[in-house]
Design a protein around this ligand. Structure first.
Ligand code: SER
Length: 422
């Protein structure tokens, strides 16, 4: 397997699918256009719904894209695991009533494992399929030649969001080896679907073949007249495999930001990986979201951004960084990403100002709020932070409730949420 830069990997992905007659659909902005159901574009398919529901006919039924995405449902894991992010890129290929299971599986396999493309080692490959999806199982075992002993059949492999096109999915995993398996548990991590950093999911192929009803029994769903393919490849995960990074953060997508942070603190990356990774993740989200027109505010999308910034600022304090610092990282994010996302050059100074102003706003109250919370933690040792204190932190000191919960959890405490809501 050859080292490749992240920019090279993106380009090769698009080139591969162009060579298979796909058209490149430009990535959509993170703030959804004409879609009230989503706060953020959160996957490659999210921006292509118009083709899947038939409201727009694509010029070519074979589509490929690189889609920036935001998901914050796992934010408390970001910084603690090798592969969670609030901002990430999903690379995908899509078929709107054109090819189906066989080609979708062959394309993914060739791109990942052929020495002409990514050249990953097939010895490390594992696959999951839906329990009832005999066709996908047959393609993997007979056409591709994967050993049945490497295939997990699970009912979990069904992709559905609300009503409409949905179907079974098949995922490709890569075994990173025993050094990512400190308790030496081995394949059971994969087959028992345990949380782990050894068997990494890199590619998800959804066979969009049913017309689903939310909450309905999948056995009763009708077959769609037109069958579609929706795939998503985790870009940062593939980059970390190709660059042999310990985590997604130890790659050319994040290391320049981490190096810059090292210059702002006396605390090393090696001893403070979580704090560095939280900051490096969150600054990317802030830069891309602000550049796409989102703003800080007290509700909805703006509140999500405020929460992300405040979490990053708090981890800056963990590194003893005094004063505003996040705005200083904006140029580093842009330098890493601008070759692909040229609109990052549109208004970098505005973005820095927005981040600086928001950091200053929180800095005023962070120190006093943190002191109040730590005093309370000492007083109530092992117990629960009262709703009144959590509310005071929120109302007077601008602590998003999630931040209070996270700090309490670091001290093995929880927060009286009912009391907070009153
Ligand atoms: N929609 C699927 C996902 O988000 C495949 O792209 O993983």
């Amino acid at each position: 397997m050859k080292y490749r830069s992240s920019q090279e990997i993106r380009t090769m992905f698009l080139d591969y699918f162009k060579s298979k007659n796909h058209m490149v659909e430009p990535g959509a902005p993170l703030v959804p256009i004409d879609d009230e159901t989503l706060l953020w574009i959160n996957s490659g398919v999210a921006a292509l719904k118009k083709y899947f529901d038939g409201s727009v006919k694509p010029a070519n039924p074979r589509i490929t894209n690189v889609q920036k995405s935001i998901r914050t449902n796992d934010i408390e894991n970001v910084g603690y695991t090798a592969r969670h992010h609030t901002f990430f890129e999903m690379l995908g290929n899509f078929s709107i009533g054109d090819y189906f299971k066989k080609e979708a599986i062959e394309f993914a396999y060739e791109f990942l494992f052929s020495s002409e493309w990514m050249g990953l080692d097939t010895q490390n490959m594992y696959v999951s399929v839906h329990t009832d999806d005999e066709e996908a199982y047959r393609i993997w075992t007979e056409d591709i030649g994967v050993s049945p002993s490497r295939i997990l059949k699970t009912d979990d492999n069904f992709w559905q969001i609300g009503n409409g096109p949905c179907g079974p999915n098949s995922e490709i995993f890569y075994d990173r080896g025993p050094s990512f398996d400190p308790e030496n548990i081995g394949e059971r991590l994969f087959f028992d679907e345990l949380e782990n950093d050894r068997y990494v999911e890199i590619w998800n192929i959804v066979f969009s073949q049913f017309d689903g009803v939310e909450g309905g029994d999948i056995k009763t769903f009708k077959e769609l007249p037109q069958k579609n393919i929706d795939t998503g490849m985790g870009f940062e995960r593939l980059v970390s495999l190709i660059q042999d990074g310990e985590t997604n953060f130890d790659t050319d997508l994040f290391m320049p930001i981490i190096k810059k942070i090292e210059g702002l603190t006396d605390q090393s990356y090696l001893d403070n990986k979580t704090a560095y990774r939280v900051i490096a993740d969150h600054i990317r989200t802030l830069v891309f979201a602000l550049n796409d027109g989102a703003m800080f505010s007290n509700e909805g999308r703006g509140y999500v951004l405020r929460r992300i910034l405040r979490r990053a600022v708090r981890f800056g304090r963990v590194l003893n960084i005094e004063g505003a610092f996040l705005y200083n990282l904006v140029d580093d994010v842009i330098a890493i990403m601008v070759d692909f996302y040229d609109n990052l050059n549109d208004r970098p100074e505005d973005i820095k100002k927005l981040i600086l102003r928001e950091e200053e706003r929180f800095a005023k109250t962070l120190v006093d709020g943190e002191k109040l919370l730590l005093d309370e933690i000492t007083k109530t040792q092992g117990g629960q932070i009262s709703g009144d204190v959590a509310f005071k932190l929120y109302d007077t000191y601008g602590f998003p409730i999630e931040l209070t919960i996270e700090i309490a959890q670091e001290k093995e405490m929880d927060v009286d949420l009912e009391g907070f809501e009153l």
